[in-house]
Design a binder for this molecule. Sequence first.
Ligand SMILES: [Zn+2]
Length: 225
Amino acid sequence: MPAISSNKPYRIGRSPTGLGLFATQPIKKGTRIIRYFGPLLDCDKEADDAIENKYLFQLSNRWTIDGSVRANVARYINHSCRPNAESDVKPRKRKVFIRAIKNIAPGDEINYDYGTDYFKEYLKPIGCKCVGCEKKRKKKRAEARAERQRLKIKAEKKALRQAEKLAKDRAKQARKARDKAGEARKQAGRKKLNGAHLNGHGSHKIHAVKSDISVRARGAQGRAR
Ligand SMILES: [Zn+2]
């Protein structure tokens, strides 16, 4: 790691994505924090694919800074979609400075937005790990979890409703079956009775019993006398 003089308001430290640059002193909004520097590449002379690294900083159509050199401490600054600093490009001077766009507190990681091209090329494929995107991802995950929970509860409620309906239907069917059986018994009873009336046995028997009783009664009376 390159040495950083103690009068600088930053240090290199561990960040969620590897190394990053962190404030060691309060940095006021608008302050020039550090220069992003390295050999200048002339696009008119160099082949397009001569140098390919993540630290190329395009100054203009012609000039690009190769910031991959060790002494360029600014290369430790990570990208953020919600940065507290920005790149201040001076194309005519062929210089880039990183400037605070917010008051930065000691301990805060210093970030700037690398721009759409870099984002599309390097960050989108792996997913941006900046605090803003992590927060967004967390929120989305929480929302997805809540949605899954909501659907689960909904499904459980539906299953319960279906079970209740099934139980109700079964009870209804059982009641119907009972009623039907009761009706059938009644019908059968009525048929028997009707039959008895029709063939005369019933009334005959009743008469017979009556006559029996009367006979016996008479007999008893007879014996009593
Ligand atoms: Zn991001």
